[in-house]
Design a protein around this ligand. Structure first.
Ligand SMILES: *Cc1c(COP(=O)(O)O)cnc(C)c1O
Length: 399
């Protein structure tokens, strides 16, 4: 395999990625790209990033052997990369922190963000409080209903949460609204995108900040598990937790990379969010990638029990990894994810995020087909405390 150095200078991963934005945003994108180029390898910037990851976020996160579950399945040994143990409960803060440090160096005092599950909003509100920056978070009104504890958390942290009533009132609409704000307030405002989507340099920059996950895992697995895993699994919404753990593993070709998309009520029902599995190549939110769309190119409504996976696009690097064959992508339904959620609670004493539960469900199918000396590493992208209302609803329980 040739050395992997995507994206190219124009932000392309093969045919995917690039910059598809209105002329009015080009100046802001250029400023961001030049600033990130200036700081990405700056020793002082990286030292501050890693100091904050250690002392504010709580990294490194452990790798954990899910021994009872592995024994029960009777196949491969399952390990978790414990991103659920991060401050604010998910991997999102790795990226919010990195971008906030960049925004400060760019002299931007106002931060905007979009959020689906609310985890990116909470992570961004958290770093804004930490650095004394104004924070405005756009969130679909449907997601606000599903994720009320996270909405209150953002407000406690001093953020303004703006409900978005357009479209399906979910993540993609919040993204559009945030883009509109950015166009209007380019001079004062930095836009922290929460996943590996958007126009270049976002997919590359967010991946680089999240790659701390995989870099730690590559160092930890030989020490604690005796060797590198045979499989690395991660759920894929926009794709940032997956890119974060996949990227350092790309050159290690003995390790298979598998992304798990949300099949919702089943891919054949049309009620799902499996962009790589069922989408077609198109342009969404500033980049070319796989998009769920109808025959006329209209972006489809998506469905997943987990708000964080409920997005009709996917980061362009995943589109490239799929087409190049370096990673493969599978789907898991709502019901399978919920079953894995409950099982993980009881057999390992860990309440996982519903997003991460999709990766758990696939591991539950894969492990019994493999020998006991094989190793599966799952990126446990977040904790499930935010999801208890959804889970209770589905079980018909009133909290
Ligand atoms: C946001 C979120 C996801 C999905 O986003 P990616 O960019 O695909 O990682 C997955 N898990 C958790 C816990 C999240 O908060």
């Amino acid at each position: 395999m040739k050395p992997y150095d995507f994206p190219d200078a124009t932000g392309h991963f093969g045919q995917f990625g690039g910059v598809f934005v209105a002329e009015t945003l080009m100046q802001a994108i250029d400023e961001l790209r030049l600033s990130y180029d200036r700081y990405r390898n700056d020793p002082e910037f990286l030292a501050e990033f890693h100091y904050e990851l250690k002392h504010f976020v709580g990294r490194p996160t452990p790798v954990y052997h899910a021994r009872r579950w592995s024994d029960e399945l009777g196949g491969a040994q399952i390990w978790f990369k414990r991103e659920d143990l991060n401050h604010t409960g998910a991997h999102k803060i790795n990226n919010s922190l990195g971008q906030a440090l960049l925004a400060r160096r760019m002299g931007k005092k106002r931060i905007i963000a979009e959020t689906g599950a609310g985890q990116h909003g909470v992570a961004t509100a958290t770093v804004c409080a930490r650095y004394g920056m104004e924070c405005v978070v756009y969130m679909g009104s449907e997601d606000i209903k599903r994720q009320s504890p996270n909405v209150f958390r953002m407000k406690l942290l001093g953020a303004t949460v703006v409900p978005v009533e357009s479209g399906t009132k979910t993540l993609k609409d919040a993204l559009n609204e945030a883009m509109r704000d950015w166009v209007t307030n380019v001079d004062s405002t930095y836009y922290i995108i929460g996943t590996v989507a958007g126009p270049h340099p976002y997919p590359m920059m967010v991946r680089n900040f999240q790659s701390v996950i995989g870099t730690e895992a590559v160092a930890q697995m030989p020490e604690f598990a005796g060797r590198q895993p045979d499989y690395v699994l991660a759920c894929v919404g926009g794709g940032s937790n997956a890119m974060g753990i996949f990227h350092p593993y790309i050159p290690l070709t003995d390790t298979r990379l598998v992304g798990i998309e949300a099949a919702g009520e089943g891919v054949s029902t049309g009620h799902h969010a499996a962009s790589l599995t069922a989408g077609r190549v198109g342009v969404l939110h500033g980049n070319r990638t796989y998009v769920l769309q109808n025959a006329d190119g209209q972006v489809s409504e998506t469905h997943s029990v987990s708000a964080g996976l409920d997005y009709p696009g996917v980061g362009p690097e995943h589109a490239w990894l799929k087409d190049s064959g370096r990673a493969s992508y599978v789907t898991v339904t709502d019901d399978e994810a919920l079953h894995a959620f409950h099982h993980c609670c009881r057999i390992e004493g860990i309440i996982p995020a519903l997003e991460s539960s999709h990766a758990l469900a696939y591991a539950g199918k894969l492990a019994p087909t493999l020998a006991r000396d094989k190793i599966i590493l799952i990126n446990l992208s977040g904790r499930g405390d935010k999801d208890i209302n959804t889970v209770a609803d589905r079980a018909g329980i009133v909290l």
